[in-house]
Design a protein. Sequence first.
Length: 192
Amino acid sequence: MINIVLFGPPGSGKGTQAQHLSEKFNLKQISTGDLFRYNIKNETELGKLAKSFIDKGELVPDQVTIDMLTDELRKPSNTNGFIFDGFPRTVAQTEALEKIVRQELNSEISICLSLVVDDEILVQRLIKRGETSGRTDDSDVEIIRNRIKEYYAKTAEVAELYKKQGKYVEVNGVGDISEISEKLFAEVEKIK
Ligand code: AMP
């Protein structure tokens, strides 16, 4: 099994690259952001709760996010593994993921691929995406800056945990999308 954590700040291109990786290696992509947006669209209780955090650019509480992820991971799938896009975002989520992958899949996280993009480029990308995405959290510069702030306050330290395990690999996330994909593919090939 190959289980990839795709890591990086908001706007670093995780969603796009997760899709490319999932097609290339036949992995199921699990995006917690997409799952929340699906619940918001369908006006579920989970969606209502998540919306109050997402609209401010804050993280949804750990336990809510971990439970949603666990449910998704338990669904049967016919793939070579998983790609986690936008999860884990806190130390507690990282520890929970390790446990769930061990218990549910009898496996482990193979690699954490981290997309590196300068903050000002992130803000520009997110403002541009907001023109077409319809995402409320992309439409306001203050909310965008708060998401980046949350990333440094709570998420950046996740990288340290994967570094300690020797599983952390950085890839430059600025440039041609397909060239970035190729670099990510090459890193996965190394550990296959
Ligand atoms: P994303 O699509 O990954 O940029 O996520 C959009 C928003 O959903 C984030 O700004 C958070 O409010 C929420 N979210 C997504 N994934 C997580 C997570 N792993 N933990 C907490 N909140 C999350």
